[in-house]
Structures are given as C-alpha cells and as structure tokens.
Write a protein that binds this ligand. Structure first.
Ligand code: MN3
Length: 238
C-alpha cells in the first residue's frame, strides 16, 4: 500500500523530545536509548528487535514479525538511506529529519520513510512478551485521571486503532498533563503536533493480516491484553 501525502503541520520539537545525536550520545528521554544504534556514518542501521521473533506468539506470530521487521522495517530504512545519501539529511538525527520534512509535499518520500523507520522502532518497544496486565502505579494514576480507568483507556486505544481508516497507527500520547488515545494516517507521528508518544500499535494490514486477516479489532485487543508494554509507556510519560 503506498504512502500518501503527509499534510501534518510542522511544529516545534517537544522540549522533552528526542535529543539523540548522530553518535547517539545525548538523550533526555528514556525511549531515545532504543534509537542509539540507528545512525552511524551518515547511514541508519536497523536496531535489533528487543526479543526473539517468536517471543510474541501466538498474539503476533514469528512469521508476521519476520516479514514485518525483516522486510517492512528494513525496507523503510533502506529507502531512507538511499534518499538521504549525499544530502544534509544524512547528517541529521532521525527525529529531526522527520520534523523538518513533515507537511512538505516535495519531501514526502523522505518524511514517509524516516517516520516509518522511527515508528517501527517505537512499536517493537511498545510490545513485550509478558505484556498486558496492570501499568506501573505512576502511569496507572495518570491513566485513571485522564480516562477514568485502565479499561476505558484500552477501549479508547481500541477505538483509535479500529477508527483509523486505512493504514496508520494508534497511539497513547501525553499532551500537556493529559493522556490521550489518538491515531495517525500512514506514516504520520504525534510529535510533529506537540504530543509525546507513550506507546503505539501498528494498524497497517501487514502488522496483522497473516495472523488475523481482516480482524483488526481482534489483533488490537490481543495486543492490549497480552503484549502491550506499559513499562515502556511509563518511562515515556515523564
Ligand atoms: Mn508496519
């Protein structure tokens, strides 16, 4: 499925956003650690999966993960590396490439591949073999204050996921002091709109079609109940 035009309005980078450098030396946000190895010598490299390809089964099969990580994620990275070779983007941190190309028609290809490369790295870390269950206490408190209950938060995430027409992503985000469930189309990211992502669920068909066919809701429910990484979300909420 081709990516389409991104019309996200570019905005400031969240002050607590990713500050990792090309060398991966500076990081103000817990999640930035997961990106530390992705850029070296002007080329991005595929960060290792945080678990084995079979570790999320049966919720997400090894076959799905193998294609999704090995073909899709790698494919976005390869295209990005080709597109930025010999340009000033080759010297930029990934997040800066995304924020500086968002909403620019003539930079669509770079935006889409850079954002998809970032989104997938964030997605792998949003999942964990022993996921689901109760969020850590501090995050739980914030969820309850924003949504009313954990179940209501999961329901909002499910609605964001199933309500996304076509390809995209469902996200738990922090905007100011409030947590929200939002979705984005195709490659788009919440941080170009001043929202801090806490976790994400890929709702492109390639994320679930081998395991669930057209049943996106069943995939999202299983992920939320058994594989969602609340610890990761908690680290990103600060
Ligand atoms: Mn995907």
């Amino acid at each position: 499925m081709p990516d389409s035009t991104d019309s996200t309005t570019p905005s400031m980078i969240d002050r607590r956003g990713f500050l990792f450098t090309a060398a991966g030396a500076t990081a103000s946000l817990a999640t930035s650690g997961i990106f530390n190895t992705v850029q070296a010598k002007g080329r991005f490299e595929l960060p290792p999966l945080p678990y084995k390809e079979s570790a999320l089964a049966p919720v997400i099969s090894a076959r799905t993960l193998s294609f999704h990580y090995g073909k899709h994620h790698r494919g976005y990275m390869n295209k990005l590396n080709k597109l930025i070779a010999g340009t000033p983007y080759a010297e930029m941190p990934l997040k800066e490439i995304i924020t500086s190309t968002a909403g620019q028609e003539d930079k669509n290809a770079i935006f889409n591949n850079a954002a998809q490369f970032w989104n997938h790295t964030f997605y792998w870390n949003s999942l964990t073999p022993k996921g689901g269950g109760e969020p850590p206490a501090t995050l739980k408190k914030r969820i309850v204050s924003s949504f009313g209950s954990i179940d209501a938060c999961k329901q909002a995430l499910k609605e964001a996921a199933t309500g996304q027409f076509g390809s995209g992503w469902a996200w738990l985000v922090r905007e100011g002091d409030t947590l929200k469930a939002v979705n984005t189309l195709n490659a788009r990211v919440p941080f170009t709109r001043g929202m801090t992502p806490l976790l994400t669920i890929d709702v492109w068909e390639h994320a679930y079609y081998l395991d669930y066919q057209n049943r996106r809701a069943a995939y999202v429910e299983a992920v939320l109940d058994k594989r969602i990484n609340w610890e990761f979300a908690a680290k990103n909420a600060d």
